[in-house]
Design a protein around this ligand. Structure first.
Ligand code: GAP
Length: 456
């Protein structure tokens, strides 16, 4: 069994239709990637799993779908206009641009840079002659703060009054609708609002494939609670998140918590879940105790009361928020790395196999006529029946062995072979992706057989 490098993953993902470079025929646009047919399905399966765990299976949890564009005052209130920025330096020698904190982290093989302010970072870079990763020299400009929000204009004139932002996080859509959801759902604290949606950040540093992109999708979850209940919920959601990732199939030894020393402008406590990628540990989730910061600021800026009236005690107060946010693209990338294997078989041939848990597999089953000339018609009939229940492929080209390999390489858990037995007895051979074992099943039992095995 061999693990895959980042470069091999990029090639694999392209070859099999998971992920393509964005605007490829124009030479690409840096840090953008397009999901192909299998990637889009995998993403949807992760979203469905998240919805099940976070909305369906939890009491007092509501999903919403707020717009990407919001009133610009939202981002002033949230603090993003003032302080959502990266500390950037330019190399005076080779003119490449870098994040000062990353330069220090890479140089020290630690997260030292995360805990430093601007002055401390500059001093450290100078004193230690931290080198430019591109040319190796140490001759940088001073740090400049670069706001990560994308701006666009409303209407026709390029007037600063018309600026609107592409949201850098989903959370604010959930916050400004806090009372709408609470009242329309007659919800009592604690309750949660979840949202899956795109976010945009003007990231300039290299991205490690889909790990850092300028357009990405988040699955964000905000739990509103009374002050005093926040710390317990914060701990609860850290563990709930880790359990979710393990349920998706990521092994515990490749997951770890990383508590933040330097906190975002809104947080009292923050902890990431990191996954061990081939390039090192990388954040895939963040849990934050945002206190009453966001709702208080929205109340102040909008002049609309965002207080909750506690029906049991008649108290009025602004709730605390525990946020748990999941990067969808990073989750998909971690799942691909984890599931991909190159195996040497007993006969010394090799196979590529994507061992995704069956509920995540983009295609659940492939139907293969053993001999096209004789078995095609019956195979298509079975394909049609199965396609009413699952994403089903039909493959009639090349030898049966090659067709198995193709299905293995994209993670299809079952292959169904249609042969003379099918024509005579209405039975099919079902081959398992992981064990490669085969069993015989009556055609009318196949749907139930698969359904039982793809539950999440
Ligand atoms: N609402 C809080 C928030 O947005 P964050 O830690 O900045 O927190 C949440 O982002 C998650 O979004 C991260 O854990 C990560 O998985 C994902 N994410 C952030 N920036 C990203 C980027 N440039 N590309 C891909 N995913 C990103």
């Amino acid at each position: 069994m061999k693990e895959i490098t980042m470069e091999q993953m990029v090639n694999y993902a392209k070859q099999y239709g998971f992920i393509f470079q964005g605007s490829e025929i124009y030479g690409g646009l840096a840090n953008t990637w397009d999901y192909g047919p299998l990637g889009a399905r995998l993403k949807n399966n992760v979203k469905d799993a998240w919805r099940k765990r976070f909305i369906q299976e939890r009491k007092n949890a509501y999903e919403m779908d707020a717009d990407i564009l919001m009133h610009p005052r939202v981002w002033e209130a949230s603090g993003h206009v003032g302080s959502f920025s990266d500390p950037l330096v330019d190399c005076k020698e080779c003119k490449t641009r870098h994040r000062a904190d990353n330069l220090i982290n890479d140089f020290t093989h630690s997260s030292k840079g995360d805990a430093m302010n601007e002055e401390e970072m500059m001093q450290f870079i100078k004193e230690n002659k931290v080198p430019c990763p591109n040319c190796g020299k140490s001759n940088f400009t001073d740090i400049r703060q670069f706001n990560l929000m994308f701006e666009t204009q409303r209407g026709v004139t390029k007037d600063s009054k018309n600026i609107v932002y592409l949201r850098p996080e989903n959370a604010q859509g959930e916050y400004v609708n806090f009372l709408n959801v609470q009242r329309s759902m007659r919800a009592k604290l604690p309750f949660s609002i979840g949202q899956i949606g795109k976010a945009f950040r003007n990231e300039i540093t290299p991205g490690n494939f889909t790990f850092r992109t300028i357009e990405f999708e988040q699955m964000e979850y905000q739990t509103f609670c009374k002050k005093g209940k926040d710390e317990k919920l914060y701990e609860y959601f850290k563990e709930y998140g880790k359990k979710f990732y393990m349920d998706l199939g990521l092994p515990e030894e490749k997951l770890r918590f990383h508590d933040h020393e330097k906190l975002a402008h809104y947080a009292k406590a923050a902890c990431d879940i990191e996954y061990q990628f081939p390039f090192g540990w990388g954040e895939i989730n963040g849990t934050h105790n945002r206190t009453d910061f966001d709702l208080s600021r929205h109340q102040e800026y909008s002049k609309v009361s965002l207080e909750y009236l506690d029906p049991d005690t008649n108290e009025k107060y602004i709730p605390y928020i525990i946020e748990s946010t999941y990067g969808l693209d990073r989750t998909v990338l971690a799942l691909l790395f984890d599931a991909y294997q190159e195996e040497e078989l007993e006969d010394h041939t090799k196979r590529e196999v994507l061992k995704l848990r069956p509920f995540l597999a983009p295609i659940k089953v492939t139907v293969l006529p053993l001999v096209k000339k004789y078995h095609k018609e019956k195979a298509l009939e079975i394909w049609e029946m199965l396609s009413k229940s699952f994403m089903t492929n039909y493959d009639e080209t090349a030898s049966i062995g090659k067709r198995y390999r193709r299905a293995d390489a994209i993670g299809t858990p079952w292959c169904i072979t249609v042969d003379d037995e099918t024509l005579n007895n209405n039975t099919v051979t079902v081959r398992d992706r992981d064990t490669m074992e085969q069993i015989t099943l009556p055609v009318d039992e196949v749907v139930e057989y698969i359904e039982k095995r793809i539950k999440f």
